[in-house]
Design a protein around this ligand. Sequence first.
Ligand SMILES: Cc1ncc(COP(=O)(O)O)c(C=O)c1O
Length: 393
Amino acid sequence: MIPSILPTYNRAPLEFVRGEGSWLWTAEGERYLDFGAGIAVNALGHAHPALVETLTDQAQALWHVSNLYRIPAQQKLADLLVEHSFADTAFFTNSGTEACELAIKMARRFWYDRGEDRTEILTFEGCFHGRSAAAIAASGSKKMTEGFAPLLPGFRQLPWGDHAALRTAIGPGTAAVMIEPIQGEGGIRVLPDHCLKGLRALCDEHGVLLILDEVQCGMGRTGRLFAHEWAGVTPDIIMVAKGIGGGFPLGAVLATERAAAPMVAGTHGSTYGGNPLACAVGARVVEIVAGDPAFLPRVSQAAGHLQQRLGGLVDAHPDVFSGIRGRGLMLGLECRVPVAELVRAGYDAHVLTVPAAGDVVRLLPALTVTDAEIDESVARLDRAAEALRPAAA
Ligand SMILES: Cc1ncc(COP(=O)(O)O)c(C=O)c1O
């Protein structure tokens, strides 16, 4: 008999009832160190006092009015994002997938508005932009598309890192290139800064829009508000979600005026997108991450500490790990053992991690993680690796 929850997830036999900072508790009072942060969502950890206060205040005042009316919290969040990023304008969604949908529509509408027949969007193998019909077509992977044909046309996947293939594919029919500055689900694959710069130049050469998916790598995770800032490039459109809501469902598309101008009244909408609860929380997250001058430098400092400690872990367990990869607090442990086994051994050691493609286990702690928690996570991962040693030998 089918379970009462549609069984599309492979869930761990774990259930949490309370969270605080980087920690989660089960009903039995067992404490787990959360280095998954809800897959890069709980940017400020669990139950951050400022977010609890903001959400509670907003909940007492007003939950929902619809986008038929002005929403002060939405305006505040949009103004903050415009102030702190390349963007001139923002549209709010409830998820990364919905942000992907709008980014695709925006790119196609841009060319429609110019009377040019450019509809193709170039994407990259291993990408993940969500699970909607458009987002799975963008990914093109068998795993995500099997059984869901016919797929939305107009996407072409290119090999990751194959500059020649990209140069051949881009042309007068290309509307946009869509890429994650760091692939998350795809195995923490970092697009090097010089490649992102080159990609921007190539897009400019062909007049093509550059869409960056910063759903996982954005909102401070790499030590800058957005990952593309490291390369010094200006995208046309970015997708944001996960960390921006700190655990409350919220996403956004940020764009330049040029890219967004054709999206006039009636071209897009959402009942819940940009609702007062989500936007109040989102504004507080942005105020803390981008507005507190000490926040992002601390993320980089924590990242340096974690990377250094993980280097020691990898050296201590060459039969379990082969290396580390990633940037900032978006890191991957390259495993010689099946990733599911390491994640399971982590559960036993009471540290939570997230599997990714390519033999990689992701470490995505809260951006507020302390050095002591980093040391503790590595001690627990060391125990997990120790437990796997006989299997690896
Ligand atoms: C890079 C990237 N884009 C898009 C998405 C989809 O976001 P959501 O699950 O919020 O719809 C994800 C989710 O993991 C993601 O990592």
